[in-house]
Design a protein around this ligand. Structure first.
Ligand SMILES: [Zn+2]
Length: 366
């Protein structure tokens, strides 16, 4: 993913690019030099703009599970008194270990193919579709394959939970294994599958999507990034699927042991509010939304077509994001607790969408 450039002083630019700009304390020549260095360093890597340091105020009021696709927070409450399920953090972490053991998994590589087979093996018996195509990239043509697992529910509407499984292409010949960036998202989706498969869900339909080609091949741009998500958004617009999607969540870099999920400002505000309220009910609110940043990720192609989206991402991976897109993105930086925090919060969000309107959502966990 990519973090947008800062537009004001008092903003912090992060990325592979770990340079910080603290506008008020630097002489102007140093700021200019720093901006130049940042611009150079940002080529081909993630970029972000911090727009606000203060956390959004947690709300005690619950939002509707089916708000309109506008930026207006929904008003009325969903209800539930039944306990929400919890994910198995040890099993989710085990998935990450097995995924990382394949080595680098860039598009078009033998390891990538092994991971495709690994994902499909875990979805055996489920309704699975592939969205396969050939992507034109600055380095030539690559096969790209989004994997979609569908879990029907009794209620109208589809909730999509997506996360990329490819790893950084420019680092393909290094020791880079993408434990967090690629590994954690692939694993959490496999763990979600364990919770939504089985008999028809008493709730909304859930589609899990392992997106491919999220990473830039050469340098992040509108045309060199999120290949799989762009293709899928376009396909779903043409076949009418997009209209049925109530919300789309992207999971990315959610395994960091020091978990700070950003409030991502290209996401749909009312959907982020639902996430925040779910995190508050689960008691995990201190891991959410202390920082607001604009990040380009797999959610954008869907957002551009009017789908309510939320990018669930922690792009502060190591001090100043130093582990991102480096060979230091390894298992030891991750924690099963972080997978649990994100996983349970998303299950709680799903629970919110599953409930009929009427009663207030109550705390479902101690
Ligand atoms: Zn990445």
């Amino acid at each position: 993913m990519k973090i947008n450039h800062p537009t004001k002083t008092q903003k912090l630019t992060k990325g592979v690019c770990s340079l910080s700009l603290r506008g008020t304390s630097c002489p102007s020549w140093l700021i200019g030099f720093a901006i130049l260095l940042t611009t150079i360093a940002l080529a081909g890597c993630a970029k972000t703009t911090e727009t606000q340091a203060a956390p959004a105020t947690p709300s005690v009021k619950t939002d509707s599970p089916t708000p309109p696709p506008t930026e207006t927070p929904a008003s009325e409450a969903p209800h539930s008194s039944s306990p929400a399920p919890t994910i198995n953090p040890a099993r989710a972490m085990q998935y990450v270990k097995e995924i990382v053991a394949f080595g680098p998994r860039p598009v078009g590589s033998p390891n990538h193919k092994k991971l495709e087979d690994y994902i499909l093996a875990h979805l055996k018996g489920d309704e699975v579709e592939s969205d396969s195509f050939t992507a034109d990239t600055p380095e030539g043509k690559f096969p790209v394959r989004n994997i979609i697992a569908k879990y029907p529910g009794t209620k109208d509407g589809i909730i999509v939970i997506a996360g990329h499984y490819d790893t950084n292409y420019p680092l393909r010949n290094s020791a880079y294994v993408g434990a967090n960036d690629g590994g954690s998202s692939t694993a959490i989706l496999l763990e979600f599958a364990n919770h939504v498969r089985g008999k028809k869900r008493d709730g909304v339909t859930v589609w899990l999507v392992w997106t491919d080609g999220e990473e830039a091949i050469k340098q992040w741009s509108e045309t060199d990034s999120v290949y799989g998500a762009r293709h899928l958004a376009d396909k779903w617009q043409k076949d009418g699927t997009l209209k049925k999607i109530k919300a789309l969540f992207v999971m990315d870099m959610i395994g960091d042991a020091d978990l700070n999920i950003d409030r991502e400002s290209n996401s749909t505000p009312w959907l982020l509010d639902i996430v925040q309220q779910a995190a508050t009910r689960t008691g995990y609110q201190s891991h959410f939304f202390a920082r607001t940043v604009a990040i380009e990720d797999d959610h954008l192609p869907f957002a551009k077509l009017g789908v309510p989206v939320a990018d669930i991402i922690d792009l502060d991976y190591g001090y100043g994001n130093v582990f991102h897109h480096t060979p230091q993105d390894t298992l030891d930086k991750l924690s099963p607790k972080s997978l649990e925090i994100v996983g349970n919060t998303l299950l709680e969000v799903l629970h919110t969408f599953d409930q009929p309107p009427g009663l207030p959502v109550v705390a479902t966990r101690p």
